[in-house]
Design a binder for this molecule. Structure first.
Ligand SMILES: [Zn+2]
Length: 320
């Protein structure tokens, strides 16, 4: 196995390692939740659809504070839903949902920064510890925004359990926030692996293949089906690597390495613009931003970066 130059300290995977204690046992006590919102250290994350509202700090504006007091948050606009996220030590944390238009209107204010969570993560606009609660708030509030009516009978539903359930008063159905599992995988054959490009990627970026797990499928079956559909490659062994919440709007990325059993790539043009084999050395140069054609991998905030790096560091041992 070839040795590649040291890639430096491992970056943190975005939206993971939350410091929040979710305190799920408190969710059914509405009076206690209300009291927590009056706590002097209560903090609120404010979300409006894809927008996150931050406080600008300083003249550079590149470091922001993601927390508002409940009173400050209420002053930003009408709160459609509030959810209890948990607590950091003794400090309760909530998410408030505004209408997307109301959040967008706040862009005009100099003391605020209103942008999407991807940009916040990639540009490092908040500390890494602030990303998991923002992801939790965005995914949960996004679920509320899309589930105001009962999928069973069509009646309006209402939030209960501090925002962790919606109940239908007519048919009595209870609806829980959903997470959609997605497989994301690096297909490997010895010292080579497959990366693909979708049209929405930045022009130089190549990444792992990915797709939603379908009902009735295992993780391994979904990996093999997606790789076959998107790139025409047959996969054998599949090995789990790590997972990552991906609140766009409510996915869980399940990272894997997969062993290629065939060689010829046949691209599904609906899904991918291009896909090809890369050598492990080429990937190392992409991670170090030294690729001769300027090709890049996704940024460290994304699990694809870590799946690729693990293979660059350990070779095909990742599927041993
Ligand atoms: Zn119903």
């Amino acid at each position: 196995m070839a040795n590649y130059p040291e890639l430096g300290p491992k970056p943190r995977l975005g939206y993971t390692s939350s410091l929040l204690d979710r305190m799920a046992q408190r969710r059914d006590d509405a009076a206690a939740i209300e009291k927590l919102c009056e706590h002097p250290h209560a903090g609120v994350h404010v979300i409006g659809g894809e927008f996150v509202v931050l406080k600008s700090l300083g003249s550079s504006g590149d470091i922001c504070d993601p927390l508002f007091s409940p009173a400050e948050a209420h002053a930003l606009g009408a709160v459609r839903e509030s959810v209890f996220l948990g607590a950091v030590k003794d400090a309760p944390r909530f998410g408030f949902g505004l209408d997307p238009q109301a959040a967008e209107a706040l862009k005009a204010r100099d003391d605020l920064k209103v942008t999407d969570l991807r940009s916040i993560a990639v540009q490092g606009l908040v500390s890494a510890d602030a990303l998991p609660p923002l992801a939790e708030a965005k995914a949960l509030l996004g679920w509320h925004a899309r589930h105001r009516f009962c999928p069973n009978c069509g009646s309006p539903t209402h939030p209960v359990q501090a925002g962790w359930r919606r109940d239908c008063p007519v048919c009595k159905a209870q609806h829980f926030p959903r997470t959609d599992p997605v497989v994301i995988m690096l297909v490997i054959a010895g010292e080579r692996c497959v990366l693909g490009r979708s049209q929405r990627f930045a022009p130089t970026m190549w990444s792992c293949l990915a797709g939603f797990i379908e009902p009735g499928e295992t993780i391994e079956e979904a990996v093999r089906r997606e790789v076959l559909e998107e790139a025409g490659i047959i996969c054998g062994k599949v090995k789990y690597f790590a997972s990552q919440p991906w609140p766009f709007p409510s996915s869980l990325m399940i990272g894997c390495h997969a062993q290629a059993l065939s060689d010829e790539i046949v691209i599904d043009r609906e899904e991918l613009e291009a896909a090809r084999w890369f050598t492990r050395g080429e990937l190392a140069s992409m991670l170090r931003r030294e690729h001769k054609d300027g090709l890049t991998t996704p940024p460290p905030v994304a699990i694809a970066h870590h799946i690729i790096r693990d293979y660059v560091e350990n070779g095909s041992d990742v599927i041993a």
